[in-house]
Design a protein around this ligand. Structure first.
Ligand SMILES: Cc1cc2nc3c(=O)[nH]c(=O)nc-3n(C[C@H](O)[C@H](O)[C@H](O)COP(=O)(O)OP(=O)(O)OC[C@H]3O[C@@H](n4cnc5c(N)ncnc54)[C@H](O)[C@@H]3O)c2cc1C
Length: 462
């Protein structure tokens, strides 16, 4: 869509956070626009994280982040059941390798309790090895975190954005906000593809949130892109890692973990490295070498398995230990900044919090009584049947029996459905996030041409 658009609230940034906010506000009678610089939703940090649904056990007690992660855990868990976002309730085990780490475990359990999470238990080294037999030698003890779960980050953002659009929000992709003009009772967002007029603006621009904030006349924070690199191991590694294996967190962050993925792989990472380049989502030789060294300690046998992919994501770190969510009533502007390492989990709770803040303003946030049902998303997870495994489905529609990506077992029917969906993919990467196509060990070597062809015909078999 191009040209002037006029709405009650423009939400800038269609990552998990902006999509959740747009969906939530679109449940009222207000006109909502979701304004995104890129050609797809969920194409920023929200596509490249460790995809853990956090309980919030290790948050700093008393912070907004602690409260919203715990609330988001419940909200997203329930929403995932409604929409089919894949979740596996694997649980996590925090492992101590040194006396110092062992001594820190009771404090971490107390911290979890201060965060309202009282399911953690201290366990012996023998119990740790019984739960994860392939851990390397030298474990001294552990702490269980039974609620930690794995989730599909791609489906989460897509579900929320799809829901927002079906509730009536206008999705403006390819609209980078470049300037902001205040006019009587409105703000005009000058974008790369025309103007958007809005009574209120919500800034959920992630790594770009400080730049947008300055366009509104503020100078209160700077985003530091904190890169996290990860290694993804092939599916044969999955039995080695029955649950998430966490390190004891330090002042440098949550540390390097080993986790199963809902696609049946195993990931090792992330690193934590402060950069200045907000586009530096490539991996580095040093980062990957560091991960290999850590992995060799945590689980030596994992390194015998093949690596199918590497990737990196950028946390939007700010110089504060908490989220920065603030209303500027004079400018009719709300900032959602510093959503660093927990935004996937907290996104829906952030949206609820934002609605609460906006309810104190001149906006009428009365809930509509004609809100459509949430979308039912295609299943990308290994824990539930996928189309190629369902004879009835294939009998009714043979396209679900026609596998086009053999590594990930994606069918022509799924590619077709993605192309016909509410928010179709703009390119192969978008199709990858909607179907898992090209994600396997061949990385598209065998199926790339066929998949590209299918995408170019909107999923129709020629
Ligand atoms: C390595 C790593 C691991 C992580 N692991 C987890 C985890 O396990 N669990 C968890 O809960 N969280 C995790 N996170 C954090 C989580 O991924 C983020 O908090 C979350 O994705 C942030 O979402 P967002 O919507 O704020 O940002 P983004 O996804 O970056 O979305 C912001 C959007 O704003 C757009 N934008 C920016 N500027 C403009 C502009 N001027 N005009 C228009 N659009 C603009 C961008 O294009 C982008 O699409 C992790 C993060 C990283 C990097």
């Amino acid at each position: 869509m191009t040209g002037a658009v006029s709405v009650d609230v423009a939400v800038v940034g269609a990552g998990i956070v902006g999509s959740a906010i747009a969906r939530d506000l679109a449940g009222t009678g207000l006109g909502i626009a979701l304004v995104e610089a890129r050609d797809d939703v969920g194409d920023g940090t929200s596509k490249a994280n460790t995809a853990i649904l956090h309980t919030g056990f290790d948050a700093r007690p008393g912070t907004l982040e602690s409260r919203l992660v715990a609330r988001g855990y419940d909200l997203l868990g329930r929403y995932a059941e409604q929409t089919g976002i894949p979740v596996e309730r694997t649980g996590a085990l925090l492992v101590a390798w040194t006396d110092e780490e062992l001594a820190a475990l009771p404090g971490l359990r107390a911290k979890a309790e201060a965060n309202g999470y009282d399911a953690c238990a201290l366990v012996s080294a023998d119990e740790v090895y019984a739960a994860v037999p392939h851990l390397g030698p030298g474990v001294l003890g552990g702490l269980t975190v039974p609620g930690e779960s794995i989730i599909c980050t791609w489906t989460t953002t897509l579900a929320l954005a799809t829901d927002a659009v079906r509730r009536g929000a206008v999705l403006l992709l390819g609209h980078r906000v470049e300037a902001v003009q205040a006019v009587e009772g409105h703000t005009v967002l000058v974008t790369s593809r025309g103007e958007v007029r809005a009574r209120w603006v919500v800034n959920a621009a992630g790594l770009g949130a400080d730049h947008l904030d300055r366009m509104f006349g503020h100078d209160r924070f700077t985003v530091t892109p904190r890169r996290g690199e990860l290694l993804v191991f092939d599916k044969l590694a999955r039995p080695l890692v029955p649950r998430i294996v966490l390190p004891v967190p330090s002042s440098l962050g949550k540390g390097v973990l080993v986790s199963p993925t809902i696609y049946g792989n195993v990931m090792l990472g992330p690193t934590a490295e402060d950069l200045t380049d907000r586009t530096a989502t490539g991996t580095s030789a040093d980062g990957l070498a560091g991960l290999v060294a850590k992995g060799a300690r945590i689980m030596p046998s994992l390194l015998d398995e093949e690596v199918t992919a590497t990737y990196a994501g950028l946390r939007a770190a700010i110089d504060s230990d908490d989220y920065l969510i603030d209303v500027d009533a004079d400018r009719r502007y709300l900032l959602v900044g510093g959503i660093r390492s927990t935004g996937l989990t907290a996104g829906m709770a952030i949206a609820e919090h934002v609605r609460g803040l906006l309810a104190e303003t001149d906006l009428d946030l009365t809930a509509r009584d004609d809100v459509p049902e949430p979308p039912r998303m295609p299943n990308l997870g290994e824990a539930a049947p996928r189309p190629y495994q369902q004879p009835d489905l294939i009998a009714a529609d043979p396209a679900y029996g026609e596998v086009v990506c053999f590594c990930e077992r994606v069918t022509a029917g799924e590619v077709r459905d993605a192309c016909a969906s509410t928010i179709p993919p703009a390119d192969l990467d978008g199709l990858r996030r909607r179907t898992r196509v090209l994600n396997g060990r061949c990385q598209g070597f065998f199926c790339g041409a066929r998949v590209r062809d299918l995408l170019s015909t909107g999923g129709r078999v020629r």
